[in-house]
Design a protein around this ligand. Structure first.
Ligand code: ZN
Length: 128
């Protein structure tokens, strides 16, 4: 297993981590198989989506906020960050990616993103 850290800079953002995952695959010496990319946190997530137009992940964050707003909701969680927990569960804590000849097999427009929902923080990503 390899891990790397990601410093986030705002409360909600999607950060492209494709290059770091590819580096982890090379460090692990994986040539062919399937990897899991997992984040061990309860208020961030990992997803695969479009890496060409940054408005796509911006729109996703906007609509997640509509589904789980920070303000004007009767949350009971004393931590005060239920909105972030909800978004993390909606998006999920891991993705799987096929590796062929040592390279991540992603579609032309796809990238792997760490989705921060309660930043800024230092987040960790595990690749196995
Ligand atoms: Zn909490």
């Amino acid at each position: 297993m390899r891990s790397f850290g990601v410093q986030t800079s705002t409360r909600s953002q999607c950060i492209n981590i494709t290059d770091q995952v590819q580096e982890a695959v090379q460090a692990l010496g994986i040539t062919d198989g399937v990897i899991t990319v997992f984040t061990p946190h309860t208020t961030c997530a990992v997803t695969i989506n479009e890496n060409a137009d940054p408005d796509v992940v911006g729109d996703i964050l906007m609509q997640l906020e509509a589904l789980a707003p920070w303000e004007n909701a009767a949350y009971k969680h004393a931590g005060g960050n239920t909105a972030a927990h909800m978004k993390a569960s909606l998006v999920g804590s891991s993705v799987q990616v096929i590796v062929t000849s040592g390279n991540l097999q992603l579609g032309m427009w796809q990238g792997i993103f760490l989705c921060e929902f309660d930043g800024p923080r230092i987040r960790h990503v595990w690749v196995q």
